[in-house]
Design a binder for this molecule. Structure first.
Ligand code: PEP
Length: 253
């Protein structure tokens, strides 16, 4: 049975005091419905060390929102895998659509970052997703296929075993518009069958594919109930302990 991973992407929200409140609130409220469900929080870089201390020994795992493709060096403003690991991170979100759109990250760069993360013991959550224009003009499948092939280029089977894909339709992120469970399931199936072609059926069967895009307490259960949806990447609704806890509670499988 595949794991179900519920990850919260805090984006550029929460200073240190707010970080403590959110993590403590979550620890107090959250109930993980089964051992198969993994909960990850991804605060901004400045909050990682504090959040890492607070979640130590709890069921909550720590992740970052981005990472450099380099080990170290004169890269002003960048953060390395080693820095993330020393703060307690086990996961890193890569290629979020906001990184692709505002910081011009390409599939090639995301692939380099993902390989660097894996080589150094971090589990990447790699985001893919089409824009509304791409969906409406009928090129969605081609876009998703190109992104998945690009970000997973030269991955080994062992690399795939620690990789999560997050399908996040760009038009559903932060907009309150959610893909219907059927729309999301269709794309998740496409991604799984591509993984089967690129690797093999057993890699595809064990690949965790999260859905992201306005996941809220009132739509989580139906989305997470789809056969090929193995968790959620949550933005807005992860910023409050009660709404993130309600999404975690919906993750029964
Ligand atoms: C995200 O940031 O990955 C996301 C899906 O945001 P939201 O849940 O706010 O749409």
């Amino acid at each position: 049975m595949r794991k179900m991973i519920i990850a919260g992407n805090w984006k550029m929200y929460k200073d240190l005091e707010e970080t403590k409140q959110l993590v403590n609130g979550l620890k107090a409220q959250m109930k993980i419905p089964s051992q198969n469900v993994v909960v990850v929080i991804c605060p901004p870089f400045t909050s990682l060390a504090v959040a890492g201390e607070l979640v130590r020994g709890s069921a909550i795992k720590l992740g970052a929102q981005n990472m450099s493709e380099h080990d170290e060096g004169a890269y002003t403003g960048e953060i390395s895998w080693k820095m993330l690991k020393s703060a307690g991170c086990e996961y890193v979100i890569l290629g979020h659509s906001e990184r692709r759109q505002y910081f011009h990250e390409s599939n090639e760069l995301i692939n380099l970052k993902a390989k660097k993360a894996i080589a150094n013991g971090l589990r990447p959550i790699i985001c893919v997703g089409e824009t509304l224009a791409e969906r409406e003009s009928g090129v969605m499948e081609r876009i998703i296929t190109t992104q998945v092939r690009g970000v997973l280029k030269d991955f080994s089977q062992a690399d795939m075993a620690v990789t999560t894909i997050a399908y996040e339709p760009v038009w559903a992120i932060g907009t309150g518009k959610t893909a219907t469970p059927a729309q999301a399931e269709e794309v998740h199936k496409t991604i799984r069958s591509l993984a089967s072609q690129l690797f093999n059926p057993s890699i595809a069967e064990s690949l965790v594919i999260q859905y992201g895009g306005s996941v809220k307490p009132d739509n989580a259960a139906e989305l997470l109930g789809q056969i090929d949806i193995d968790g959620a990447l949550v933005g807005g609704a992860c910023l409050k302990p009660d709404s993130f806890s309600a999404i975690i509670a919906a993750a029964k499988n």
